[in-house]
Design a protein around this ligand. Structure first.
Ligand SMILES: NC(=O)c1ccc[n+]([C@@H]2O[C@H](COP(=O)([O-])OP(=O)(O)OC[C@H]3O[C@@H](n4cnc5c(N)ncnc54)[C@H](OP(=O)(O)O)[C@@H]3O)[C@@H](O)[C@H]2O)c1
Length: 275
């Protein structure tokens, strides 16, 4: 039985698979009106109250037009969920000239641009909710996913600044940091294999294998979707929520709080089998 008001309007990025798709399904079930994005809209589900939107976050020039058109149709958005994301996997040395900017566009500048466009209407109404889906990689950066980890950390930092800057308003902002989630993200990860990657072997292959192994214990995207939908109606959400299997959601975050960074690094070397 739906408990949310049926008029709630949400702009959700990355609604064609994984966490975004599960969130779109749950929101639709609960009577929300959802404008959900993907680069290829044929990948989007047909659901009650769901409006497909074509958006490539890597193309900064289209973000404003796409968002404003959707906002007009929705008569303004009460919530923005910055969820879309992808991963480029390579040594930092390779990534700097080959993918780092793209990661920053998709995972940092794109979401910020959407926030910039969503805020004026939220300020006018003095209410609204912005959820940024970052990653546990903010607390535990992933080797050979440095662009991804850095972009997520940058967004998490802006999330904290924004909460402070919006003090005294009715606008709620929250950073959701999932651990491993069983979605298409790993299969769709772009692994670069430039000549200089060879210098990082066998650690590069070990880290990639470890990422794949961790996915075996990953939680279902519906777990994250339930949290996202719950947060939409939370009148006072925390700055950050970690979500994942027991190890990641509870033990890893406690470890990140109490261990020295050197100890965290040792733990990371063990997890990714780096020698
Ligand atoms: N799965 C995990 O283990 C995990 C862990 C921590 C955080 N996260 C975060 O959770 C979010 C959702 O990931 P997921 O696991 O659900 O991945 P997913 O199944 O691969 O879905 C990613 C979504 O993002 C969209 N997308 C990718 N690149 C885009 C771009 N440049 N412009 C616009 N849309 C783009 C994809 O749509 P199209 O390809 O159809 O355009 C798709 O809908 C991401 O931000 C990810 O970083 C995931």
């Amino acid at each position: 039985m739906s408990t949310s008001p049926p008029t709630k309007t949400v702009f959700l990025t990355g609604a064609s698979s994984g966490i975004g798709r599960a969130t779109a399904e749950l929101l639709s079930e609960r009577g929300y009106e959802v404008w959900g994005t993907a680069r290829d809209i044929s990948r989007l589900l047909k659901l009650p109250g769901f409006h497909p939107v074509r958006l490539d976050l890597n193309d900064g020039a289209q973000i404003s037009t796409v968002f404003e058109k959707a906002a007009k149709e929705a008569s303004g958005f009460e919530a923005l969920i910055n969820n879309a994301g992808d991963v480029i996997n390579a040594p930092l040395e390779t990534l700097v000239s080959n993918g780092l900017r793209s990661q920053m566009e998709t995972l940092f500048f794109g979401p910020l641009e959407l926030i910039r466009h969503a805020l004026p209407e939220m300020r006018r109404r003095n209410s609204g909710c912005i959820i940024n889906v970052t990653s546990l990689a903010v607390q535990f950066p992933i080797p050979f996913n440095s662009g991804y980890s850095a972009a997520k950390a940058a967004l998490a930092s802006c999330n904290e600044c924004l909460r402070l800057e919006l003090t005294g308003t009715g606008i709620r902002v929250v950073d959701v940091q999932p651990g491993d989630v069983h979605t298409e993200i790993l299969r769709r990860t772009r692994e670069l294999n430039e000549p200089e990657c060879a210098a990082y072997e066998p650690n590069l292959s070990r880290a990639r294998a470890s990422e794949a192994g961790k996915m075996e214990q990953a939680c279902a995207p519906q777990t994250v979707a339930r949290l996202l939908v719950k947060l939409l109606s939370d009148p006072s959400p925390p700055p950050r929520k970690t979500v994942g299997n027991f190890f990641e959601a509870r033990l890893a975050t406690t470890a990140s709080r109490i261990l020295s960074r050197r100890m965290v690094e040792r733990l990371q070397r063990l997890i990714y089998n780096l020698k």
